[in-house]
Design a protein around this ligand. Structure first.
Ligand SMILES: Cc1cc2nc3c(=O)[nH]c(=O)nc-3n(C[C@H](O)[C@H](O)[C@H](O)COP(=O)(O)OP(=O)(O)OC[C@H]3O[C@@H](n4cnc5c(N)ncnc54)[C@H](O)[C@@H]3O)c2cc1C
Length: 391
């Protein structure tokens, strides 16, 4: 193994160049810490550029978790402020559609009001104008909320440029294969080519892959119980080309079945997240795709599979749920774990999960605060994030 000269032991080492790692790197560099980020492939190679691009307003989560919804709404505003170019053009928001006359619509409106998410009634005639082939008997009420469809790769690129301008060293095509350890402390990382890189803190921002690195750090405390449960959740997406409409929508009372248009395509998600083992690959379950295509056909009866190019894929999102949190998969909260506070206790190791990509500014803030508090650097003058909302 070779030791790399010139890297101080004070460096924060981030593993993973998705939206979590990149946004955290910005806030840590702003606090004056030297930061190196490692990505084994290209930036955003993981879930961050393979997701649906639904920038959540929080409207969909509001009934389940008001706190999560208000975080989403703030993150949406910060994303639009920091990177307006990532918004798909000519969209004003997302239609929240109600398809069942028995649904208690007023309870949704009250929750949105309580969270402070702006919404306005969208006459159903307007919906039918924007989605001309929609079956009129299927929709009886609709509201416009500020959710957007975004191009994640543009947002990611903007955050990466901001990070580099702040001095973050970004090393792509660099796989991290293990840690440097001293007793119960992590003191650095080891790359796939054998470089040893020292650092004062290591941040795992590598989604499901972090669990294999994490298990290697657990070796020296076998048998002790973790406070967190790692959950891998799989969901399926279907892309229809040419697209069916430029209006993003979600059908509230069909489990949040949703349509996120991207350029000339329509991407449909069924909002079902199944718990899977980490070892599960991105193979597609044909039943999930069939169900999605059938729901499209119910909503748009003239939809014909022969007239469109149809692609389908699945992806896995990893979350860490604290034992106190509700059922895995229900609350995709941003999570920062300081492994020294867990059992087994590992010093200088942190794991971060955005929950949903939308929540990246919240996660970056929590990561910064956790690490500064940990190293008693709280007297560092606080600098507003580059994506702060201008009033
Ligand atoms: C199908 C699907 C649809 C989704 N849709 C949405 C949506 O519409 N809106 C939304 O807000 N959220 C959505 N999400 C959730 C969102 O995509 C994720 O929460 C978010 O992208 C996770 O970001 P991340 O940076 O933590 O992980 P990733 O983006 O997965 O980044 C991890 C990175 O770490 C790298 N890496 C892994 N191991 C190593 C290693 N050993 N060394 C170096 N690098 C390594 C990987 O190459 C990868 O680039 C969706 C998720 C899925 C799966």
């Amino acid at each position: 193994m070779t030791k790399v000269p010139g890297l101080t032991k004070n460096r924060v080492l981030i593993i993973g160049g998705g939206i979590a790692g990149l946004s955290a790197s910005v806030r840590l560099a702003q606090a004056g810490l030297p930061v190196t980020l490692f990505e084994e492939s290209t930036l955003g190679h993981g879930a961050s550029t393979r997701n649906q691009g639904w920038l959540h307003s929080g409207g969909w989560f509001a009934k389940e978790n008001i706190h999560l919804a208000s975080r989403c709404y703030k993150s949406l505003q910060q994303t639009i402020q920091c990177c307006p170019d990532c918004l798909e053009p000519q969209q004003q928001g997302m239609a929240y559609l109600f398809s069942n006359p028995d649904t208690d619509v007023s309870s949704w409106l009250t929750t949105w009001e309580n969270v402070g998410i702006p919404f306005k009634k969208l006459p159903v005639e307007e919906i039918f104008e924007q989605i001309p082939r929609l079956d009129k008997s299927q929709i009886y009420d609709s509201y416009l909320l500020p959710d957007r469809s975004i191009r994640p790769e543009i947002l990611l690129n903007q955050i990466a440029i901001t990070a580099e301008n702040l001095g973050v060293e970004i090393r792509t095509q660099t796989h991290i294969s293990g840690f440097l350890k001293e007793n119960c402390s992590i003191t650095g990382v080891v790359t796939g080519s054998g470089e040893e890189i020292p650092g004062r803190a290591v941040v795992l921002a590598c989604g499901a892959a972090g669990t294999s690195l994490w298990s290697c750090s657990r070796e020296f405390h076998v048998g002790e119980q973790s406070e967190f449960t790692w959950v891998a959740l799989k969901s399926h997406l279907v892309s229809v080309s040419p697209g069916l409409s430029n209006l993003p929508f979600c059908v509230v009372d069909r489990g949040g079945f949703n349509h996120i248009p991207h350029a000339a395509d329509s991407i449909f998600g069924n909002n079902r997240w199944k718990t899977v083992p980490y070892s599960t690959g991105p193979d597609v379950d044909p039943d999930e795709i069939e169900q999605t295509l059938q729901t499209i056909k119910q909503l748009i009866p003239t939809f014909s599979r022969k007239e469109h190019k149809i692609n389908s894929w699945s992806g896995i999102s990893t979350q860490a749920m604290h034992v106190d949190q509700i059922e895995p998969g229900q609350a995709p909260l941003p999570t920062v774990i300081d492994h020294s506070l867990e059992s087994p206790s590992i010093q200088n190791l942190f794991s971060i999960f955005p929950g949903r990509a939308t929540l990246w500014p919240q996660l970056a803030e929590e990561t910064r605060n956790t690490i500064l508090e940990k190293f008693k650097l709280t007297d560092i003058p606080s600098e507003d994030p580059p994506w702060d909302i201008q009033e």
